[in-house]
Design a protein around this ligand. Structure first.
Ligand SMILES: Nc1ncnc2c1ncn2[C@@H]1O[C@H](COP(=O)(O)OP(=O)(O)OP(=O)(O)O)[C@@H](O)[C@H]1O
Length: 318
């Protein structure tokens, strides 16, 4: 089987937000929201970035689509460094990379009909007549399991799950190569989550799109992502295949995230409780094995062909 080609490569990306204070509003410190992350998403691949609230996941997504500015680093797409963009509007990157947000109610303009919401990227990027635009919107609604008539309604006339499917249709409208999905289902109940994820999976299979999937929930991304990066305090603490992360987690932070997944299997509940206890013990007793003296995450070290873990240098090993 041939290796799929690299679609986007993120090199040493940093996003530091200045903190200003005092009468002169001077910069007194920085929030190191993203502090040197590296990864590549291949064509047709689903890449998951997982971490607790505030770890910097959304900032990576927003910087890739240009909503935030990189302090340092490169975002290489098709041989082009997006961070150095001058006339970004005209570049096909804007068409090729789209984003789906968590809150469908605020990300879909409440004053616009669904037709105009989904048609926006089509009108921006394609030379279509209005009849062709309507036909394409009907086709996109169909792809996410909604009736053609939905295009004449407003966002508030739909349920949360339906609205999120409309968000997916809009993201797909420009025929993108990469969709950044920032917590696309976390506001939905479990059965609706599965429905939206299944539509996203089917779209990926049919259209060959890549996803960058941002979530705080390792359970949600399990069925979606081939490769995962676990993020903590602005850095990646572990990168690996789905098997590496779920079956052979190394970093204590990854283990804590896994232990936090609620266990519905009654038979293994006691086992899970014991695992959670053991992980918490390991975390409190061995902090310095995983974080340096300032509480910072170490740099990643490769431990197998597909697996990297943030560990101290061999010389500083605890
Ligand atoms: N525009 C901004 N100005 C200043 N600080 C910001 C800004 N955006 C985010 N931050 C800070 O950067 C850090 C990372 O935020 P980010 O939203 O990327 O985290 P996250 O992991 O996506 O969290 P969540 O899952 O809650 O969205 C947080 O400490 C946040 O307060």
């Amino acid at each position: 089987m041939s290796e799929s080609k690299d679609l986007i490569t993120i090199k040493d990306l940093c996003v530091h937000y200045p903190i200003r204070s005092g009468f002169f509003n001077r910069i007194t410190d920085y929030v190191y929201a993203v502090d040197g992350v590296n990864f590549t998403i291949k064509a047709g691949q689903s890449y998951g970035i997982i971490g607790e609230s505030g770890s910097g996941k959304s900032t990576i997504g927003k910087t890739i689509v240009g909503l935030e500015k990189a302090t340092h680093g490169q975002i290489i797409y098709d041989g082009y460094d997006v961070t150095k963009r001058k006339n970004r509007k005209k570049h096909k990157y804007n068409k090729d990379v789209q984003m789906i947000f968590q809150d469908s109610l605020s990300s879909l303009n409440p004053r616009k009909k669904i037709l105009d919401i989904i048609a926006e990227p089509i009108r921006n990027f394609e030379d279509f007549t209005e009849d062709q635009v309507k036909a394409r919107v009907a086709e996109l609604l169909n792809i996410v399991g909604l009736e053609e008539e939905a295009m004449y309604k407003f966002p508030h006339q739909f349920s949360g799950g339906q609205r999120q499917r409309i968000g997916v249709a809009r993201a797909v409208a420009s025929n993108p190569k990469l969709i950044i999905a920032d917590e696309p289902v976390s506001a939905l109940d479990l059965s609706v989550q599965a429905q939206v994820l299944n539509y996203m999976k089917k779209i990926q299979k049919d259209l060959g799109i890549s996803y960058m999937f941002i979530s705080h929930d390792l359970g949600v991304v399990y069925h979606m992502c081939d490769n995962l990066a676990i993020m903590h305090r602005g850095k990646f603490v572990e990168i690996g295949s789905r098997d590496d992360i779920y079956n052979h987690p190394q970093h204590i932070y990854t283990k804590r995230l896994l232990a936090a997944i609620p266990q519905v299997d009654v038979e293994h509940r006691d086992e899970h409780r014991a695992y959670r206890k053991q992980v918490e013990k390991e975390f409190t007793e061995n902090q310095d094995k995983w974080y340096d003296k300032d509480g910072k995450v170490y740099d990643l070290r490769q431990i197998s062909e597909t697996h990297w873990v943030a560990l101290p240098d061999a010389g500083e090993e605890k």
